[in-house]
Design a protein around this ligand. Structure first.
Ligand code: NAD
Length: 488
């Protein structure tokens, strides 16, 4: 059973799953609405259940032996063709993702969707460059072999769904695994478009599947299926725990890239203008960015100066329709998420934290929340300790490097950190003491796809990126051959 394709503002999209190379509808659907105008229903999307989860894992299992046996070099053209098709379709994907999650269309078009293509190209190349590690010890020659591990479930969140999904699916496929992807129910459409390109790139049926639906329904069925050999998740720490338990039950290797509450440290020797401009970038996409540095920590002696500059930068922001190029702050994804962000700020106000500016929605109807900066009563305030995932920053001062590091490391999270300083020595010193998977100095969001990526504490389990990801999606075998074993 297949549903009619739908017209999403001029772009043709399937609301169905993609299983074993075919579009598959479900008995039930869920509504997908646009955060730009909540009365605008974009689609009724297939609402998967345990049945579709089972079909998709079965397809991935059956496709696995042939895909694995192809080898890295024969798999490479599929991934490269998919990358080319993504590049050819950037405008269409960017437009739909903008309508679906309100991310700024210009940045989707210029950077985010093309990163999806880069993900496939990078892993196609890296996988085929792999040189088995070899060394001699204890009278044996050791060789580390990578084998594809099997059907892989990838579960992704609603922010930047296309880019984040391809970041995980690309290494899994390059390593020789087959994939079942479940995108988030709040922004399901761009991953459905990816499946049109998978079909066009002629992937064998069952190698790359998408099921749509709610996490507690189809997501839970996927991660508890004992035939699945890898689970890769991006989302909140709360869901990460639930999926981790399911993975543990079946003893399945699992990685999780989870929430963040990154410190943004500004030392007195920093270029304050650059630091304030970058701090205001944290409001882009309404702050719905896991890696954002949302806790501003500023050295006492430059605190007032920084505050004035930050306010000026913050006032430059334009809240509006994400399709328009002048807009810099998008709407929040969903009324429930708007209520969550508002709840944090309202509780902070009652708690005695000082709202320096912002602290309210733009109007009574839309999902826009004003860029907000809060000076908390102390470091225990909820707005300091918990991820808000909205355009809300906290601002605290520190006296010296030790206090800066102590504050930076004072939450349960450890995804990313940002340091502004003009001193190379300080950058090295503080960078080594901050507890975070990624530390940026005088920059933000610069990524080398071969570097390890992940979080510490409740920000994640395991590492992806480069060979770290390829190792994760593979079964490693150490082959030990006694020296002197003759040829022939
Ligand atoms: P979420 O945890 O609510 O949902 C993520 C995904 O998990 C969705 O697809 C959802 O349907 C699914 N899910 C929910 N319950 C499930 C279950 N029981 N079994 C299987 N799947 C289930 O997260 P969200 O609200 O979509 O995303 C926001 C969170 O993601 C934030 O915490 C953010 O920081 C984090 N995030 C992290 C990174 C990173 O790289 N570390 C990147 C983006 C977002």
């Amino acid at each position: 059973m297949t549903s009619p394709r739908i017209d999403v503002d001029g772009v043709d999209v399937s609301p169905d799953h993609f299983i074993n190379g075919l579009r598959v509808a479900s008995l039930n659907t869920f509504e997908d609405r646009s955060p730009l105008d909540w009365s605008w229903k974009l689609a009724d999307v297939a609402r998967g259940t345990a049945l579709e989860a089972d079909l998709a894992v079965t397809a991935a299992l059956e496709a696995f032996p042939a895909w694995a046996a192809l080898g890295v070099d024969a798999r490479r053209p599929y991934l490269e063709r998919l990358a080319d098709l993504i590049d050819e379709n950037i405008e269409r994907i960017a437009h739909v993702e903008c309508l679906d999650m309100a991310m700024l269309e210009e940045s989707l078009r210029l950077r985010v969707i093309s990163r999806g293509a880069r993900n496939f190209r990078a892993y196609a190349e890296l996988a085929s460059q792999y040189q088995a590690r070899r060394w001699s010890s204890n009278g044996t020659d050791n060789v580390v072999l990578r084998h594809p591990s099997g059907p892989t479930v990838v579960i992704t969140p609603w922010n930047a769904p296309f880019m984040l999904s391809t970041w995980k699916c690309a290494p899994a496929l390059a390593a020789g695994n087959t994939v079942v992807l479940k995108p988030a129910e709040w922004s399901p459409l761009s991953c459905s478009m990816l499946m049109d390109l998978v079909e066009e790139a002629d992937f064998p049926p069952g190698v790359f599947n998408v099921v749509q639906g709610y996490g507690e329904e189809v997501g839970a069925a996927l991660v508890s299926d004992p035939r699945v050999r890898r689970i890769s998740f991006t989302g909140s720490p709360e869901t990460g725990r639930v999926i981790g338990e399911a993975a543990a039950k079946n003893l399945v290797p699992f990685t999780a890239e989870l929430g963040g509450k990154g410190p943004f440290m500004v030392f007195a020797d920093a270029d304050l203008e650059a630091a304030a401009a970058k701090a205001a970038v944290m409001f882009d996409d309404a702050g719905q960015v896991c890696l954002a540095g949302t806790r501003l920590l500023v050295e006492d002696s430059v605190f007032d100066d920084f505050l004035v500059r930050l306010r000026a930068e913050s006032e430059r922001h334009v809240l509006g329709d994400s399709r328009e190029s002048g807009t810099t702050v998008s709407a929040l994804i969903h009324p429930e998420h708007f209520a969550r962000v508002k709840g944090f700020v309202d509780r902070a106000r009652r708690h005695g934290d000082q709202i320096l500016w912002g602290g309210e929605g733009l109007n009574d109807v839309g999902l826009w929340y004003r860029p907000t900066v809060i000076e908390p009563v102390n470091n225990d305030s909820e707005v300091v300790q918990r991820e808000i995932f909205g355009p809300v920053l906290t601002l605290q001062r520190f006296r010296d490097e030790d206090e800066a590091v102590a504050l930076a490391n004072s939450t349960d999270y450890g995804l990313s950190a940002i340091i502004y300083t003009s001193s190379q020595e300080r950058a090295q010193r503080v960078g080594a003491r901050v507890r975070a998977g990624t530390v940026w100095v005088n920059c933000f969001l610069v990524r080398d796809l071969t570097a390890p990526f992940g979080g510490i504490g409740i920000s994640g389990v395991g590492r992806e990126g480069g060979d770290y990801a390829l190792d994760f999606y593979s079964d490693l075998t150490t082959l030990q051959i006694k020296e002197g074993t003759t040829h022939g």
